[in-house]
Design a protein around this ligand. Structure first.
Ligand SMILES: O=C(O)c1cc(=O)[nH]c(=O)n1[C@@H]1O[C@H](COP(=O)(O)O)[C@@H](O)[C@H]1O
Length: 238
């Protein structure tokens, strides 16, 4: 984790219009959290909104999970980088050539390049959902295999569940970033997530960044919900 933001929390701005996303961002402090723009918000609000959030001082994770032919993904991550985002992701299941092409497209940017992260197995996926899509390995093995492939293809880290973070830190090393959605404070609804972990347990397991959407954005007081999570983390001294 870099020191520029005083917590590992990335707030998912999952909204269907720019105004709602900006209203939420106005309640958040870029000194204590980062923000994520995903498919819904980007589709409706586009690059202007991303630039606006960057302009407000936020580290922005552009979560478009690119998965296409190598040439297209390389061009897409280059376009993402031109928006000034801090992190961008691709699906690791797109394979080695695709991931190498993406890493190669960002390399000329040097230290200014965004972190390039590979999605392993979505946190909404349960073990019994893999076989129907042709994956016959146990889920945990699939996550490790895709993480190792992402690492050897030149990526900076992966998206995984914090349930897999401990074994990934062992196999991929401490410098390989683990970005973990499916974070749920104790007592929160799981919603469509299947592999959930509390914020403090996720950090104990080795997560570097915690992606949190509805438990913060759906709270009556989102700033207070964020603050409570940040305090919990501080008090646990992980
Ligand atoms: O890449 C992601 O951010 C992502 C990967 C994954 O495996 N699971 C996952 O939930 N996400 C995203 O993380 C966010 C989680 O939101 P909440 O479930 O509301 O906390 C959503 O914006 C998802 O699109």
């Amino acid at each position: 984790m870099t020191d520029s933001v005083a917590s590992p929390v990335i707030v998912a701005l999952d909204y269907d219009n720019a105004e709602a996303a900006l209203a939420m961002a106005a309640q958040l402090d870029p000194a204590i959290c980062r923000v994520k723009v995903g498919k819904e918000l980007f589709t409706i609000a586009g690059p202007d909104l991303v630039r606006e959030l960057v302009g407000k001082g936020f580290d922005v994770f552009l979560d478009l999970k690119f998965h296409d032919i190598p040439n297209t993904v390389a061009a897409a991550v280059r376009a993402a980088a031109s928006l000034g985002v801090w992190m961008v992701n691709v699906h690791a299941s797109g394979g080695e050539r695709m991931m190498r092409a993406a890493a190669g497209a960002l390399a000329p940017l040097g230290a200014k390049r965004p972190l390039l992260i590979g999605v392993t197995v979505l946190t909404s996926t349960a073990e019994d959902e893999l076989a129907p899509v042709g994956v016959i390995r146990p889920l945990k093995e699939q996550v490790v295999a895709l993480a190792q492939l992402a690492k050897s293809s030149g990526l900076d880290g992966v998206v995984c569940s914090a349930q897999e973070a401990e074994s990934l830190k062992q196999t991929c090393g401490s410098a390989f970033s683990l970005v973990t959605p499916g974070i749920r404070p104790a007592g929160s609804a799981a919603d469509d997530q299947r592999r959930i972990v509390t914020p403090v347990d996720a950090l104990k397991n080795g997560s570097d960044y915690l992606v949190i959407g509805r438990p913060i954005t759906g709270a009556e007081n989102p700033a207070a919900a964020l603050q409570a999570i940040v305090e919990d983390i501080r008090n646990s001294e992980v």
